[in-house]
Every structure is written in C-alpha cells, then in structure tokens.
Design a protein around this ligand. Structure first.
Ligand code: UDP
Length: 240
C-alpha cells in the first residue's frame, strides 16, 4: 500500500480555520452534491494499513480530518501539511451551530434510547436544527434507512456505527442519499445523550482524550489501542 498520496483534500486544515471551513461547507450546501467527511483517529489511519477498501474510502472522502493526536502525527510523518487536529464531535457541533434555521438533521446509529436522547439534546441546544428523523444502529435495514432519510428531507446525516462500519456504510450508500452532508460521528451520540463523559479540559487540550476513552472501556478498547500503537510505530518508523 502506498502512503505517498495526499490524504487531505484540503492541505491547510488548521483548528483555527475550523470556522471558515464550516462556513464554506454550509454556504456550499446548495451545490447539489453530497459532501462526505471522515474524521480519523489513530485507529482509523492505522486500520487503513490492513484494509485497502477502507483506505480508499478514507482517501476518497471529500475531507479526511485528523480527529486525534496519533492521526495528526502520522499525517505529518507522511508529509501532509496539517498543523492541528479537530475532534470529530467538535466539528459536528460547529456544523450544528453554523447552519441556517430549519436545517434538518437525521441521526442514525447507537442504541435506541441513546439516539433518542442525543436527538433531544440537539433539539434543546441547537435552535437552528430540526430533527428530521432518528434510527438505531442495531438490527437496521439499509434500504429502509435510505428511504427514511430521503423521505425525511434531511439536509445532514450523522452516522454513529463506530469505525470502520460507519465510514463504509456512508461510502456505500452516499449516492442514494439526498443529503447535503454526511459525517461519521463515532461515539458522539453517547456523549450527547449523557451516557459517556468527555475527558476533562486539560486532557482534551493536550491530545490525551484517547487515554480517557481507553480508561472508560478498558476491556474493549485496550486490545484495539495496543494494536493501533503497534501499527502506528510500524508506520511511523518503517514508513510502510
Ligand atoms: N454502534 C452501532 N452499531 C454497531 C456498532 C456500534 O450503532 O453495530 C454504535 C455504538 O452504540 C456507539 C457508536 O456506534 O454509539 C460508536 O461506537 P464505538 O465507540 O465503538 O466507535 P468509535 O468511537 O470507536 O468509532
């Protein structure tokens, strides 16, 4: 697998430019095409190494944005000009606060009560958002969801199925979805529903939020984390 390609479509992606980026994104909402954003943490970037299909999905998204410090370091190592990371949840929230009134949002993913609570949180905190629909990410039928999203006239689709499911699902189905923007938002519904707490500010600032997440779910996350560290070191030092 070659890493010698531009992983970022937008080479000047800095956190301080988030506002401008989101404004441009929102202003282009009526361009008639669906924009797909992948927010990539270290697991996502290292996962690409073992999955060509997934790698191509990430590389062909409209934007691939480093969500965490590990992804940022790897991207820099491979000479992509990216100076800071943007956590996916913050990008999603920024979009929600910048969109015009009556923007319709569909939430797909998570457990039933979690997606419901997350939608209530968004309704209460983002006055410009109308909830177009919600659907749990367990035992779903893709055709039904596509029909539901299109019938709901959603402008934005947030998909929370975890990596790599959500990225693959969006890439496979984007052509049939009449949305203006689709983002894989990972564990954001868990946070918005109040089920998972985000890391304290100092951890977020120092790029250690991943450590917090590993601590919250050690049984499921420690093996994934160790595998990512191994692949990270391999990619960083061997550049292959
Ligand atoms: N999830 C889902 N269906 C699945 C697997 C996961 O809806 O088949 C949801 C899960 O309930 C959680 C979200 O996807 O709300 C993110 O999962 P995880 O934290 O594992 O993903 P990551 O943040 O690591 O990408």
């Amino acid at each position: 697998m070659s890493w010698d390609v531009s992983i970022l479509k937008s080479s000047n992606w800095f956190t301080r430019e988030t506002e401008e980026f989101v404004k441009r994104l929102v202003n282009n909402f009526n361009s008639g095409r669906s924009v797909y954003i992948v927010t990539a943490n270290i697991e996502c970037i290292t996962y690409c190494k073992n999955d060509d299909e997934f790698e191509s999905i990430c590389f062909n998204a409209d934007y691939l944005i480093p969500d965490g410090i590990g992804a940022l370091v790897l991207l820099r190592r491979y000479n992509h000009s990216v100076s800071e990371r943007i956590p996916g949840i913050e990008l999603a929230q920024k979009v929600l606060s910048e969109v015009p009134p009556r923007t319709r949002l569909f939430l797909f993913g998570g457990k039933e009560y979690i997606v419901k609570k997350a939608s209530e949180f968004i309704k209460d905190n983002y006055p410009n958002i109308d909830i177009a629909g919600i659907c749990s990410g367990y035992k779903f039928d893709t055709r039904t969801i596509i029909d539901d999203v299109n019938e709901s006239k959603a402008d934005i689709l947030f998909v929370a199925l975890g990596m790599p499911k959500q990225e693959k699902w969006i890439a496979d189905n984007l052509d049939r979805l009449n949305v203006k923007l689709a983002i894989g938002v990972g564990g954001s519904f868990d946070v918005w529903s109040g089920t998972t707490k985000r890391a304290p500010g100092w951890m977020k600032m120092s790029g250690l939020e991943w450590l917090w997440r590993v601590g919250l779910q050690p049984f499921s996350r420690v093996p994934r984390f160790l595998k990512s560290v191994f692949l990270f070191l391999q990619l960083y030092f061997l550049r292959r």
